[in-house]
Design a protein around this ligand. Structure first.
Ligand code: ATP
Length: 416
């Protein structure tokens, strides 16, 4: 056994003891661990946190030596742009560390990095001092918080149904749900669940009193990869870049295929098909990591003369990455990561400005925020509501990243 293995085992043992101590001192006595109070339905911005269960074989990835990490499959080129024959011979990156180390590490190697409480999430951040290994327990407040056992139905009930997202759109408002967080934390899992549940609710609700539909429903689905946008409805035009700019009239209407849907099933089929067209890459953390922001817009066109149209915008944001996770990216991938990070920063500025009632919301700073102009533009008289769901990994190895994620999103709650 090497010194470093011994050190790791000793440190892990210490963390386990500290976690157990914390759990006893901070026992969650609520009968239903997922019972969160129903959030204020009138809040302009609603903040939610979610963590997921650990996935089989995932713990071992943290032990893989960094030198063994790999560029993604999508573009296996070295930084000079040349294809690497050595890289091609190796097994896929998500599998290699698992294959290599699984035999050495028992499944109980998982160490919990976050604890969900009804309205807050506590992150257990490793902290090494001269006294040895320690843990900092950092707490972040939310309107609603979901632990690893929460189902998508529960998340839908508290983040879409309770704040009346569909009803707001039917009254001519603009509602937006954003999924934010580290790569592989569960954003796509949540958003797909919410999108399919909205599809189910939308059609019965949008029918008029007489039984005829009160709205025509149209959808567009756009993918924003770095600064390049493409239409997920048009698989045949995968390479075509869609321009995003503000028209002289003030509208932001990229030339996307807008498809009319007449039933929940039609909408579900479109969502599943478009998500299948989304650009993914295999990374050390996620066999199907989304490299892009995916924006599904559901437009409710009011059929009554003079009736206001409503909109629901559902955004599955590109994952933020640990430095270690992006260390071996190709130059192109690093640029994408930088562009994604820039747009996430712009998004933060806009949500904060909007939530605090600032006169100026800097939505023109990035393509992402420009696309979200309907929720950020103070000049619009339409009512708006935004739900931000921060997703965090359950692992202690990701605790620092989780603390950053929760800090980023909790700030939206503080500025109300
Ligand atoms: N709440 C959950 N319960 C069970 N499994 C989950 C949950 N959330 C996510 N997962 C699983 O975890 C894995 C990663 O989830 P997902 O792809 O949604 O992450 P992501 O944040 O969208 O990642 P990326 O940013 O890399 O695209 C998937 O295999 C998914 O099925």
């Amino acid at each position: 056994m090497t010194m470093s293995t011994l050190h790791t085992i000793t440190t892990h043992k210490k963390y386990r003891e500290l976690l157990a101590e914390w759990a006893v001192e901070n026992k969650d006595d609520s009968e239903d661990k997922n019972a969160s109070p129903t959030p204020d339905p009138n809040a302009l911005v609603l903040v939610a946190f979610r963590t997921r269960p650990p996935i089989d074989g995932e713990v071992e990835i943290f032990d893989a030596p960094l030198d063994d990490e790999e560029t993604d499959d999508e573009d296996q080129v070295d930084h000079a742009g040349a294809h690497s024959p050595r890289a091609k011979k190796q097994p896929p990156p998500a599998l290699r560390p698992v294959l290599k180390i699984a035999a050495q590490r028992p499944p109980e190697a998982f160490m919990c990095g976050v604890s969900a409480r009804p309205c807050c999430m506590v992150v257990h951040v490793p902290n090494m001092t001269w006294k040895g290994a320690g843990l900092l327990h950092k707490s972040y407040d939310a309107d609603v918080c979901f632990g690893p056992d929460a189902s998508n139905e529960e998340v839908y009930k508290k983040t879409v149904k309770a704040p009346g997202i569909v009803n707001l759109a039917m009254q001519g408002g603009v509602a937006c749900v954003l999924a934010y967080g580290q790569t592989s934390a569960g954003k796509t899992y949540s958003m797909m669940g919410l999108e399919l549940a909205i599809a189910q609710d939308l059609f019965p609700l949008s029918a008029g009193d007489t039984g005829g539909a009160a709205f025509d429903i149209y959808v567009t689905f756009l993918e924003l990869l770095g600064n390049k946008a493409r239409d997920l409805m048009r698989a045949d035009e995968a390479g075509k870049n869609i321009e995003i700019r503000e028209a002289e009239t003030g509208g932001v209407h990229p030339a996307l295929l807008s498809t009319r849907v007449d039933s929940a099933q039609e909408l579900e089929d479109i969502i599943v098909r478009c998500l299948g067209h989304r650009r993914t890459a295999q990374t050390s953390r996620n066999a199907k990591s989304s490299r892009s922001h995916a924006i599904l817009t559901i437009l409710l066109k009011n059929k009554s003369p003079g009736g206001a149209d409503g909109e629901i915008i559902l955004v599955d944001l590109a994952g933020s990455e640990r430095h270690a996770d992006s260390k071996k990216h190709s130059a192109a991938r690093l640029q994408e990561t930088r562009d994604n990070n820039k747009s996430l920063l712009a998004l933060k500025d806009c949500v904060r400005a909007r939530a605090s009632g600032a006169a100026l919301v800097p939505f023109r700073t990035s393509k992402l925020t420009l696309l979200l102009k309907p929720i950020f533009d103070r000049k619009t008289s339409r009512p708006t509501r935004t739900v931000v769901i921060a997703h965090v990994s359950p692992h202690i190895q990701d605790a620092e990243h989780s603390a950053n994620t929760l800090g980023y999103v909790a700030a939206f709650k503080a500025v109300r």
